[in-house]
Each structure stands twice: as C-alpha cells, then as structure tokens.
Design a binder for this molecule. Structure first.
Ligand SMILES: Cc1cc2nc3c(=O)[nH]c(=O)nc-3n(C[C@H](O)[C@H](O)[C@H](O)COP(=O)(O)OP(=O)(O)OC[C@H]3O[C@@H](n4cnc5c(N)ncnc54)[C@H](O)[C@@H]3O)c2cc1C
Length: 424
C-alpha cells in the first residue's frame, strides 16, 4: 500500500489506531466516499480483539469479525493503511490539520508472500509480546496467523548472521535491511483517535502476587492460553508445570474500582471472566471454578442471559468478596488465597491450582500523550469536545467498552469527522 502524499488533502480523514474501532471508523467513512488514512503503531491491524480466543456475546472467533473487514479494506482504494507508524505532532485546527508521522522500518517490503522461509533459517529469538511474553518466537516473524497485512517483520535485534541468511533465502527479494525510519507529513481535515487500551499492569497490585508466583495469570493471558494460535496451542495449563488445572479462581476488579490503581469499572471484566469459565468448561468438564467478585456487572439482556446460563453450572461458584492476599505453596505451585465472604461475614481460605486476575483496561494514551491539542480525563481517556470538533475519540480511547459499543461509537465518530469536512 504505497502512500501517495498528494492524494491526501484537508478533505481526508486520519484515523489513529487500527483496532476494531479504528477499522470501523475507516470503513464507515471510506464507504461513503471519503479518503481515509489509517495509522497503526503495530505491524498489523486488529488491536486487542485479535488476541481474544472468542468474543461475546456470540462467542465468535476474532476472525469472523476481522477478516470480512480486512477484505472491505483491501477492496476499497479510498483507505490507505500505514503500519508501524506513530504520530509525532498535530498542528492546525478543525478542517485543516498538518500531521507528522514517524514510520519505523519493518525490513520487509511489499514483495513478501508470508511464505515463512526466513523464519525457518533464522535462529535469533525474541519474547512474543502478542502472547504477553509467555513464549519466545523467531526474530523473523509474522505477528500472528491472521495478521493483516500478512507480511513478515524482522526484529532489529536479529543477529548479523541471521540477517544475511534471511536475505539470502528470500526468493522474492522482500528482505531489506537498508530500510530506514521515515518521517512523513500529511494534511487532513479531521482526526479520529482510536488508540484503544492496554491491560493494567498487574505487577503493580502488590497483594495479588502477579509476577511473584507463576500460576497467577491475567485475564488477557488466559485469552492467549486458550487460543489455538497461542503459546500452548489452545490448552489451558498451569505455567509452572503445564498441568491441567482442577481448580481455578478468578479475582474480579483486580486493581479496578480502586483509588490506588484504576478508580473506574472497565465494563467488560465480569463478562470476560464468565466467558473464561466457558473456555475452561470446554476443556475440563469437572474443573471447579470460583469467581470472587464485589458485584457482578452484566449489562443488558444478552449479557444477563449469558450469566444466567453459567449459573446453572454446578461447578462454578460465585463468592461475593474481595481477595485480600495470596501466597504460593512452593512445593506444589498451588496458590493460597484469603478473602472475606461478605454475605456470610466469614473469612475464606482456599487453595487453587491457578489464579486469574481480571485486570481492567487502561487507555493506551494514558502514559504516552500525543503532541496534539486533545483533552484527557484524569484516567487518561480522551474527552470528546464536540463544540471544538475536528478531533474525536472512538471506542476504548474514549471509555472502556465492549466490541459492540466500540463499533457503535466508532460509527458515530466517522459521522462527526465527515461533518467536520462538510462544514469546512
Ligand atoms: C480480558 C478481556 C476480554 C475481552 N473480551 C471481549 C469479548 O469477548 N467481547 C467484547 O465485545 N469485548 C471484549 N473485550 C473488550 C475489547 O477488547 C474492546 O472492546 C476492544 O478491544 C475495543 O477496540 P478498540 O479498537 O477501541 O481498541 P484496541 O483493541 O485496543 O485497538 C487499538 C489499536 O490502536 C493501536 N494504537 C494504540 N496506540 C497507538 C498510537 N499511539 N498510534 C497508533 N496506533 C496506536 C493499537 O496498537 C491497536 O491496534 C475484552 C477485554 C478484555 C480485557
């Protein structure tokens, strides 16, 4: 997708972030005739949704929503995608922005057919961040099996030997270590920030032991463990010994609704844990699942029905109480937890094979504010100033949301961006 700078004018829309919200905004605007430039910092589109095993309410795999959108993008000449790109600076006002974009080198050009011959000869490895570092991958890699664009990346840390081997083995002349980072400037009329969220850093919740004890994972790590393209090929096992867990506990609101961490509710964590209970049940018909919660939030009829169905499972136990401390039995790797059951008033002590922390969503921009005239709330979500107009936030850049609400919101922001252009 070569970018013709001259093709972009103040009649174009820039979208920052190529997750489900950014993709939706791009398609909505382009399919009614507007030029769109979609800027994504990772090597492929899809955002967090591509890391899920399934997504509620229907429990479809991410491919079912994303692939059709990728096809629509491919078929639409009005959408230009730039990956590995970030915004350096935005200047100007509604209807007339100048944006400096920095593009990092992929070291692989558009000739790549994703044949994978480079990965076969490459011996250098890097941590697999797509799987939250639970495995290592080759330094010549496809971000994941449904990556769009489906094109390899060469990690800058690759050894000189491996660089030479990758270049030599590529029949398509796609490997190019002379690539440099590039700075481009674009003129656009409106900008939609769809930069989404990142998982709250569970290591900061000291009393919950993440990072100290191997068999404590986060909810997003569980998504990767359960995914066929994840580090265990979809088998949910304990990180310490690959054992099938017979008892698993979930800690809801891990760091959420807590002034010391994230003071707000992330909206989807209760539903995510209920969904995770279905993943576990699929693999382990007799496993016992304990969900420790403050109060369960399953907004809307569909989510309430999902919860009602799960309540019929006799081996899923809901305990109203906050987990206060955890420790590890070093001989077994089991996790001991202490909580107060607020309904009975009793202290609960329990030992489980594995513990899952339902951590919340933190806005991607919270610690890394762009050089642009945007307003943020105290938690780092972008505030939409519709009076000023010109720049808007869609999806989880604006507030914690599920996919359905992110898509609805993204469609609305496409309209706001179009209105900016029409009123110029
Ligand atoms: C454990 C868990 C399970 C979930 N399961 C479900 C589910 O089953 N069903 C459901 O409906 N929802 C689920 N969600 C919520 C779902 O993940 C979000 O609704 C969805 O990811 C929102 O999409 P988004 O595009 O707004 O953000 P994201 O998915 O975060 O996408 C943002 C994109 O912007 C890019 N980006 C970030 N910063 C920049 C930058 N500075 N420059 C350029 N690009 C940038 C990112 O790389 C990413 O590609 C779950 C959430 C969690 C925590």
């Amino acid at each position: 997708m070569t970018i013709e700078k001259s093709a972009l004018t103040s009649g174009s829309i820039m979208i920052v972030g190529g997750g489900i919200s950014g993709i939706t905004t791009a398609l909505e605007a382009a399919e009614v005739g507007y030029e769109v430039l979609l800027i994504e910092k990772e090597p492929s589109l899809g955002g967090r949704v591509s890391q899920l095993k399934h997504y509620f309410p229907k429990l479809c795999p991410p491919t079912c929503g994303l692939e059709i959108n990728y096809k629509r993008i491919k078929d639409n000449p009005k959408i230009k995608v730039i990956t590995m790109a970030e915004i350096e600076k935005v200047e100007g006002t509604a209807g007339n922005y100048t944006v400096d974009v920095k593009i990092s080198p992929r070291y692989v050009n558009e000739n790549c057919t994703a044949c994978g011959e480079c990965a076969k000869v490459c011996e250098s490895e890097i941590a697999d961040e797509f799987n939250f570092g639970m495995n290592r991958k080759k330094a010549a890699y496809l971000p994941h099996n449904m990556a769009f664009p489906s094109r390899y990346v060469m990690a800058p840390s690759m050894s000189a030997d491996d660089r030479a081997k990758c270049k030599e083995v590529c029949k398509f002349d796609a490997v190019d270590f002379d690539m440099q980072s590039k700075n481009l400037t674009f003129k656009v009329g409106a900008i939609v920030w769809a930069t989404g969220w990142k998982p709250y850093d569970a290591a900061r919740i000291d009393n919950l032991g993440f990072g100290r004890y191997q068999n404590i994972v986060t909810n997003m790590m569980l998504e990767r463990l359960a995914s066929k393209n994840g580090p265990t090929q979809g088998k949910i096992v304990r990180p310490s010994d690959d054992k099938a867990p017979a008892t698993i506990a979930f800690v809801q609101c891990a760091g959420s609704r807590d002034e010391n961490h994230l003071p707000y509710c992330s909206y989807i964590c209760c539903m995510a844990s209920l969904k995770h209970a279905t993943y576990i049940r699929e693999q382990y018909p007799d496993a016992k699942i304990y969900i420790y919660y403050i109060d369960l939030r399953t907004p809307g009829r569909k989510y309430e029905n999902f919860y009602s169905k799960l309540k019929q499972d006799k081996n899923v136990f809901f305990v109203k109480g906050k987990v206060a401390e955890v420790s590890e039995d070093s001989s077994t790797g089991n996790i001991n937890l202490v909580a107060e059951d607020t309904l009975s008033g009793e202290k609960v002590r329990q030992t489980v094979d594995m513990l899952v922390l339902a951590t919340g969503m933190q806005p991607s921009l919270s610690d890394d504010k762009p050089n642009a005239d945007l307003q943020f709330n105290p938690d780092g979500f972008v505030i939409n100033d519709f009076k000023k107009g010109g720049m808007f936030a869609a999806g989880c850049a604006n507030k914690p949301a599920d996919v359905v609400s992110s898509n609805q919101n993204a469609t609305g922001m496409a309209l706001k961006a179009i209105q900016t252009l029409v009123r110029r």
